[in-house]
Design a protein around this ligand. Structure first.
Ligand code: FMN
Length: 129
């Protein structure tokens, strides 16, 4: 089984997306556990940034589902790599709290910088790095 990691960012549609964010994390925890997907997601200044890890066979259909979700738009993949291990092995979907982000992290999360930088930002926010 080939393991891959990808990161994308998107724009939340609703101004009041905090409640939706809770729902998204809850459904992700439940579904991802079942199909061996791990990762982290944050909502920062109206943007979602999510890292997903799993087999490409599982990632592709999940990404297609997520991309069609009407709660966000402008889904843009910032990086996708074959990897030998997971960065979020214990998290079917870690909730990265953007309130913990300092000015530097926040500016990265707002940017379309190299995906690897944003993976680092999510690791920092989840306290794993
Ligand atoms: C930013 C964002 C991230 C999401 N991440 C996931 C995810 O990691 N796993 C997942 O199953 N659904 C995720 N969803 C929700 C899916 O788009 C979809 O609503 C959900 O998979 C449907 O699950 P259900 O068929 O069990 O109701 C995400 C949605 C958004 C807007």
């Amino acid at each position: 089984m080939s393991l891959e990691r990808l990161i994308y960012r998107s724009t939340a549609v609703s101004e009041d997306c905090a409640t939706e964010f809770d729902r998204i994390v809850a459904v992700s925890e439940r579904n991802n556990e079942r199909c061996g997907i791990t990762g982290a997601v944050t909502l920062c200044d109206g943007r979602f940034v999510q890292v997903l890890e799993g087999s490409s066979e599982r990632l592709d259909p999940l990404l297609a589902t997520i991309a069609q979700d009407p709660r966000h738009t402008d889904v843009h993949i910032l990086g996708r790599w074959a990897v030998t291990g997971r960065l979020f092995p214990s998290w079917s979907m870690a909730r990265a709290d953007a309130a913990r982000a300092d000015a530097q992290l926040r500016s990265w999360l707002r940017s379309d910088d190299y995906g690897v930088t944003l993976v680092g930002a999510l690791l920092t926010l989840t306290g794993l790095f």
